[in-house]
Structure formats: structure tokens, C-alpha cells
Design a protein around this ligand. Structure first.
Ligand code: GLU
Length: 433
């Protein structure tokens, strides 16, 4: 089984979505199930409703999953496992308070070395510990650091090795008996029989800790790892969650299609023979092992290009956007010159607004009168000839004002195409211009 493990603590970021997509693709390729695990262990940071929002986004993108679990519903298992580790003496209760820990942290800082747990409580006897617990002294549970280096082979980044010092004797159960992130994650990956963890490289330093937890529990089935390189913004810096285009919701609101965003995220840091494809098509040729080790740079122009390509595939654009079918041809014209759905809508809605442009106002009035006075039967060439003859307008004055009369914009599509598409309702439009 594969898993996507979002935290319900904020808006879904394109980095998270990329992880979800890759997990989906690999699950499909391996014929394994996909679990969605909502990592809600950090109560303070959870935001009400974000879990639903994440699932809605997955559905919108066509990412099908088999099961949804909330990490908090497994707390009792995490506690049981912590107890098991205590019994096996693989972990210990630690009574060091904040003051003590801060003192150690400051000391490490002064000595210019990384802070690690001092080991102070590791050798407290059982009797002593029980006495302190009876006295209601708060405690946490720490796992004992490993005795050997922890090694693993990342499917994308290659070999890694972490020393016991780097892993450290870290907290697995907090004073309120809730599990820490690494503990809950390591246990859940074990109990759901996860075969491969695909996640962002910001989690790389958690991996040896999670492997160490399972080793200590005696779980000997190997879980493979693939850590995805980060996404950089267009300036080459880490794409921050606060940047607009990092938010999936923002991209959707801007009129990017889910299929184009998915296509873009699959292409990011990859190269295939084909550039434009659907999620389902990617199942056939996606190769996790071929992803570039280097960070991928976000490229808005590329996303726009892909969006345009996917917009072309929409069969019924008026229906898709919720407009009357009689506007299909006009919407197609706008689609061909737009990069997003929002752009199409803006161009289309503008057609129905009154013009507030003073330039060519007079010319527009002359043309309006001419068009409204005669039946609109002729083809464009004859229509154009008639306008030229009866209004004496020509060149820019004629064409810019005519385009503006039709669509309320000076620049844009060929007037010939607009005329053809708008002929059945052209008079209605210009009457209100
Ligand atoms: N909840 C973590 C996140 O949203 C993912 C943890 C994991 O995949 O192991 O970054």
C-alpha cells in the first residue's frame, strides 16, 4: 500500500499535490492501494475543514484512493507501542523539564556544537522512575538512540547514512501521552503495511528516526523511500507557501484546469517524449526513478502553455463555463487567445458591458447606426464593403472601432471570425454598447 499523508494545517500547496499525484501514479503502476492519512497529531495547528478541502482537491484531480484514516484515531496504538518499547528497554521515561533542556541547548550553542539530548534520564532505575511518576512529576518517553548507523537507499537520491548522534534519543510520547510526529508516522507506516513512502525532501532527516523506531520494535519488513526534490520559484528560491501560485486553490481560481496542473506537476523535474498528457496516460510512462535529483523550478509560462493545450480539448466550452450554447463559437475564439479559463470569462463578460472608452466613440456611433439600420444577411466581405461605403470610415478607425463595438476591446481576434460567430445576436449586443 502507498500513502499520501497531508497535514490539515493549511492550504494545499503544489508540492503536496505533486506528492499525492506521484503516490497515485505509483500505486496504479504497482497495482497497490492508496491510503490517505490525515496527519492531525498537532491539535494546535489543525484547521477545521482543511481535511475535507484536501479530499475535495484529490477528487477534483481524479486521484482515486482506497481509504482515509485520521492519525489521531490511532493514538491508542501509538501509546501501546511506546509501552512495548519501554518494556523492551528500547526507550526510557525522561523527567528533564524545559529549564533543564534549555540549559543544555544554550550550552551546546555556546560550545558551537549541535544540541543533542544529554542522556541524563537514560539510566534512571525503574523504581526511581516509578517513584517520580507517583509523585506526579511530568515525563515524556524518549527512544534510545541506535547503536549503529542507520542506512537507507532513497529511490531518487541514492544512499544515505546517519550516525546514532544524528538520530539522537528523541521524544516519542509527549507529557500528555500524545505521540510525536515521527513516532505516529513510523508506526502508521508499519501498521498499514506501506511498501514505499513518497514524500517531499524536507522529510529526509525524519527518515532515519522513523526507521530506527520500527527497528526498535522489531519490524523487519523494509519500507522503501523516495524523497522528491523541492520546487523553486521563478527566482530560484524555495517556493514559499505564501506565494500565490504555490496554492492549488489559487491556481484553480485563476482558471487553470486540474488536468493541466496535474500534467505540469508530473512534467516538473521529468522529461518524456510527450509533453501534453492526462493523469491516466501518465500511469503508462511515469518513472519515479527517473525524476531529476536537482530541485525543479516553477515555470508559469509552461503551465500556461499546458493549460491552453488542455483547454483546447474541452468539447463544449459554453457548457463547461456555464454559458448559453449560442455563444459557443465566440467562446472558442476567446479560448484560442487565452491561457486560462478566467481570461476567457473576462473577455466574454466584457462583451456585455457598456463601453467606457472615449476614443473612437463617434466612429462607433456611426457604425452602430449603420449596422442597426440594415438586415445582417451578408457574408463578412460584403458587410465590410457596405460599412466602408456607407460610413466612409477606413483603416484603423474602421477596424478598431468595429472590434470595440463587437466585443468591447480594441485588440484581439480577427473581425471576420467575430462577425461570423456573433451574427445571430450581434445587433442585440451593439444596441447595449
Ligand atoms: N504530513 C507531512 C506533510 O504534510 C507528510 C509526512 C509524510 O509523508 O510522511 O508534509
Amino acid at each position: 500500500m502507498l500513502r499520501f499523508a497531508p497535514s490539515p494545517t493549511g492550504d494545499m500547496h503544489i508540492g503536496n499535490l505533486r506528492v499525492a499525484i506521484f503516490n497515485y501514479l505509483v500505486a496504479r503502476q504497482k497495482g497497490e492501494k492508496l491510503l490517505i492519512r490525515i496527519e492531525d497529531t498537532d491539535k494546535e495547528r489543525n484547521i477545521e475543514g482543511k481535511d475535507r478541502e484536501i479530499l475535495d482537491i484529490l477528487n477534483l484531480f481524479g486521484i482515486k484512493y482506497d481509504k482515509v484514516v485520521y492519525q489521531s484515531s490511532n493514538f491508542h496504538i501509538h501509546q501501546q507501542m511506546a509501552k512495548q518499547l519501554l518494556e523492551k528497554e528500547k526507550s526510557f521515561v525522561c523527567f528533564c523539564d524545559e529549564e533543564e533542556l534549555n540549559f543544555q541547548r544554550e550550552k551546546a550553542k555556546k560550545e558551537k556544537r549541535p544540541y543533542r539530548y544529554s542522556g541524563k534520564c537514560e539510566n534512571i532505575t525503574k523504581e526511581e522512575a516509578q517513584k517520580l511518576i507517583k509523585e506526579k512529576k511530568p515525563f515524556v518517553v524518549r527512544i534510545k538512540k541506535p547503536s549503529e548507523n542507520i542506512k537507507f537507499n532513497d529511490e531518487i537520491k541514492g544512499e544515505f547514512e546517519f550516525s546514532p548522534f544524528e538520530v539522537d534519543s528523541f521524544v516519542i510520547l509527549r507529557a500528555d501521552y500524545t505521540p510525536t510526529y515521527n513516532f505516529a508516522c513510523a508506526i502508521d507506516d508499519m501498521i498499514y503495511d506501506i511498501s514505499l513512502v513518497i514524500r517531499g525532501e524536507d522529510h529526509l532527516s525524519n527518515t532515519p528516526k522513523q526507521i530506527h523506531i520500527r527497528n526498535s520494535l522489531g519490524y523487519d519488513k523494509e519500507i522503501k523511500y523516495a524523497h522528491l526534490p523541492i520546487i523553486l520559484n521563478e527566482e530560484g528560491k524555495k517556493l514559499s507557501k505564501r506565494e500565490n501560485h504555490a496554492s492549488v486553490r489559487w491556481l484553480l481560481e485563476e482558471g487553470f484546469l486540474p488536468q493541466a496542473i496535474a500534467n505540469y506537476l508530473i512534467l516538473l523535474g521529468n522529461s518524456f517524449e510527450k509533453e501534453v498528457f492526462t493523469l491516466e496516460e501518465a500511469v503508462k510512462f511515469f518513472d519515479l526513478k527517473k525524476i531529476s535529483k536537482a530541485p525543479a523550478k516553477f515555470d508559469m509560462e509552461k503551465l500556461k502553455f499546458l493549460n491552453k493545450e488542455h483547454m483546447k480539448k474541452i468539447e463544449n466550452i459554453s457548457e463547461y463555463l456555464g454559458y448559453h450554447p449560442r455563444y459557443e463559437e465566440l467562446l472558442k475564439i476567446f479560448r484560442d487567445e487565452s491561457s486560462t479559463l478566467k481570461e476567457i470569462k473576462e473577455k466574454f463578460d466584457k462583451v456585455f458591458e457598456k463601453s467606457d472608452d472615449k476614443e473612437y466613440e463617434q466612429e462607433r456611433e456611426i457604425l452602430k447606426k449603420e449596422i442597426l439600420e440594415h438586415p445582417l444577411e451578408e457574408e463578412y466581405d460584403d458587410f465590410k464593403k457596405r460599412l466602408m461605403k456607407n460610413t466612409s470610415l477606413k483603416g484603423k478607425k474602421l477596424f478598431m472601432s468595429l472590434r470595440e463595438l463587437l466585443i468591447n476591446q480594441k485588440h484581439g481576434a480577427e473581425i471576420k471570425d467575430l462577425y461570423k460567430a456573433m451574427k445571430p445576436y450581434l445587433k442585440e449586443i451593439i444596441t447595449k454598447r
